[in-house]
Design a protein around this ligand. Structure first.
Ligand code: CTP
Length: 243
């Protein structure tokens, strides 16, 4: 199959997990790498749908963008879109946990804490460690989100190509290869936070690409646009090889 005319899904950016109307849990992803890949794919003639968490970036020319907020929203969009796609590149930094309850109103300190003078022995307890909380401390219960890449890996039919990312701080290669296998990916792009100039926010990246057939390709520190072009070259080769 050719990249030109193929239908591709790209996820990008962080997800935002609400605690109440003013607070949330998120991460440092700016979406730059995912947007650069979406732009490169569209420039080479692919039909790109970009499912994006909240970012401050312009939609690349020719790309259809679907904005989402939480990991749950991103999961629903991707699972619905995947059967109609030829491939997907999962760049989003999806939150692994989300608050068990979202408060519809701003949570007030007085409602949560037990001031020392009012301590009555019924203070909230940390159920995971059975450690009693200090009167001024609070617990936020988090539940796991669903793994979108792993779900697409389970749904994958012959001919569909699934690419994941791994951002690691240690044991980089072993962690990346573990994710490649567990999520049934065809390719995984590793970037290490140990590399100066790689990772969140900046305009450069140093990536290493592993494929499910055992190849390893290292690219130099380069702009995210150049890294995106290298990743798309590899995707294009895999499409050709799958013919
Ligand atoms: N991913 C996803 N949905 C999730 C978590 C991760 O689609 N709920 C995707 C990411 O977009 C990326 C790949 O899975 O392509 C690896 O993400 P990463 O956060 O590095 O791995 P996790 O599986 O979350 O493992 P950990 O956080 O323990 O390193």
């Amino acid at each position: 199959m050719k990249l030109t005319g193929s239908k591709l899904l790209v996820t990008a950016g962080p997800t935002v997990e609400r605690i109440d109307p003013v607070r949330f849990i998120s991460n440092h992803s700016t979406g730059k790498m995912g947007y650069a890949i979406a732009a490169e794919l569209a420039a080479r003639g692919a039909e790109v749908t970009l499912v994006s968490g909240p970012v401050a970036l312009e939609t690349p020319p020719g790309v259809r963008r679907v904005d989402v907020e939480s990991a749950g929203d991103m999961w629903r969009e991707c699972v619905a879109l995947w059967p109609g796609m030829d491939g997907a590149v999962m760049c989003a930094a999806v939150a692994d946990y989300t608050p068990a309850e979202v408060s519809p109103v701003k949570i007030k300190k007085e409602a949560l804490t037990h001031p020392p003078d009012k301590a009555d022995g019924n203070e909230p307890k940390d159920v995971s460690s059975h450690r009693e909380l200090k009167p001024s401390e609070i617990m936020l219960r988090l539940i796991p989100t669903k793994d979108i890449a792993a779900e697409l890996g389970r749904m994958k039919r012959p001919g569909q190509l699934l690419v994941g990312f791994a951002l690691e701080t240690d044991n980089e290669e072993a962690n990346a290869l573990g994710k490649l296998r567990r999520k049934n990916l065809d390719m995984i792009v590793l970037n290490s936070l140990r590399d100066a100039g790689a990772g969140f926010g900046g305009d450069t990246n140093r990536v290493t690409v592993f494929t499910s057939d055992g190849s390893k390709t290292c690219f130099p520190l380069e702009s995210k646009t150049a890294a995106a072009a290298h990743i798309v070259d590899m995707l294009s080769e895999s499409f050709k090889a799958a013919d």
